[in-house]
Design a protein around this ligand. Structure first.
Ligand code: CTP
Length: 411
């Protein structure tokens, strides 16, 4: 299962009103619409007259599988009020691209076409409005646009960040619309309960690599996917998140601060230096238990007599146990969560590991069955006993785990 297949579940049951105002970024709205549908959402597209100059309603109808609305005078609705009905049906309104002019109109409460009308008429308490600005860098930086963006936020809209880079006009700077995949992630995140708002979560993920010489080393099969999913879920739940990652080739989840390390000693240093600002520490990394006592400065050559090199190992620091023994963890300011990758007798080993590491929550999983895969099954072990989170995508399990962590912190 790929990340995109995971995403197949992420907007199931959601009805999204996708609004397009005029801008060259309309071409990205086609891909966005496709991703939203693939993620399980039903999508109603509404386009302004200017948007129709950039992309046709035919394209958007084919991708959304629904007739597109472009006018407040559209008589298809029995009560002739598309500006009311369309907004009432939606779980969220996402305007992508949101032009400078559309933002200016919304900031002033003006409603000259169907899209601005339905944004103004939306029930403020229940229908979130997300705006994905897209414009030339000078237009974005202009005090009027910045003033409008601030006003929209004050009025309860969510103004998403802009991208940075080459623009259609040939200039380079801030103001590009986020990529469709990023907008999908923003929307999915928007729907997650903010159970960790105000918390700072530190996560370790992936394997470590313990060098023997400049070209060889000892590592393991951990893919880092579970830890990256936990970091993403914690971010979606409103936390500030720092992810200390061993050598893996995974994209950094949106909004997460990533620190790359190689060895257990580097991971240890990166974690210990950041524990003072963390309120939650989740250790998902498969830290190598031992490292070669001394890494050779040069490549170890084969001996003439065929004898293998004698490599002596020393134990690595136990990052989790050390974190759990800190003053902050002991007086309740730092909630530590450990993982246990076992091959057999999961519950027994997980319980013993929880006690040995001194953590309130230990999450067990069967290592060989999960390394490198997109799905997993978890066993939560705390002072009250065990609780199974049934098999599912790691993204889904990570969100459940985040809720469980938040619940235990409150308790
Ligand atoms: N861990 C850690 N630092 C280490 C070893 C482990 O922080 N040097 C953390 C892991 O990130 C995980 C938990 O401790 O959250 C358990 O890791 P695991 O390798 O299963 O435990 P070990 O103590 O190494 O036990 P064993 O390998 O004997 O099962």
């Amino acid at each position: 299962m790929s990340d995109t297949t995971d995403a197949a579940l992420e907007l199931a049951g959601k009805h999204v009103l996708l609004g397009l105002s005029g801008g060259i970024a309309c071409y990205k709205a086609a891909e966005l619409c496709r991703l939203l549908v693939k993620a399980g959402a039903t999508v109603q597209v509404v386009m302004t007259e200017a948007a129709e100059r950039f992309i046709t309603p035919v394209t958007m109808q084919a991708l959304s599988n629904r007739a597109v609305y472009t006018s407040q005078w559209d008589a298809r609705e029995p009560n002739n009020m598309p500006h009311i009905n369309l907004g009432r049906e939606a779980d969220a309104i996402l305007v992508a691209p949101a032009s400078a002019d559309l933002m200016a109109q919304l900031a002033q409460g003006r409603a000259s076409d169907l899209l601005t009308l339905l944004c103004l008429a939306r029930p403020l308490a229940t229908t979130p409005l997300l705006l994905a600005p897209a414009m030339n860098r000078e237009m974005w930086a202009h005090p009027a646009t910045q003033r409008n963006a601030a006003q929209l936020v004050a009025d309860g809209a969510f103004v998403l960040p802009v991208g940075q880079g080459d623009q259609a006009c040939g200039e380079t700077g801030d103001g590009r619309m986020l990529e469709p995949e990023e907008l999908l992630q923003e929307l999915v995140a928007h729907f997650q309960p903010k159970v960790l708002r105000g918390q700072h979560v530190l996560v370790t993920a992936g394997p470590t690599f313990e060098a023997m010489d400049p070209v060889r080393g000892v590592t393991n099969h951990s893919s880092g996917k579970m830890g990256f999913a936990v970091a993403r879920a914690a971010r979606e739940a409103g936390a500030d998140v720092t992810l200390v990652a061993g050598p893996v080739h995974l994209p950094t989840p949106r909004g997460v601060h990533r620190v790359n390390v190689q060895s257990a000693e580097q991971m240890h240093e990166a974690v210990m230096g950041r524990l003072h600002e963390a309120s939650v520490f989740v250790a998902t990394a498969a830290v190598a238990d031992w490292r070669p006592a001394a890494a050779a400065g040069q490549k170890i050559k084969k001996a003439a007599n065929g004898a293998p090199p004698a490599v002596a190992f020393v134990e690595n620091p136990d990052i989790l146990a050390e974190a759990a023994a800190t003053e902050r963890a002991r007086n309740g300011q730092l909630f530590c969560v450990g993982f246990a990758a076992e091959s057999h007798d999961l519950a027994e080993h997980a319980k013993a590991k929880r006690a040995r590491k001194g953590v309130p929550l230990l999450v067990g999983n069967i290592g060989p069955a999960t390394f490198g895969r997109d799905d997993n099954a978890l066993l939560l072990v705390d002072e009250h006993g065990t609780e199974a989170l049934p098999p599912g995508p790691k993204t889904v399990l990570a969100r459940q785990l985040v809720v469980e962590i938040a619940r235990r912190m409150k308790g």
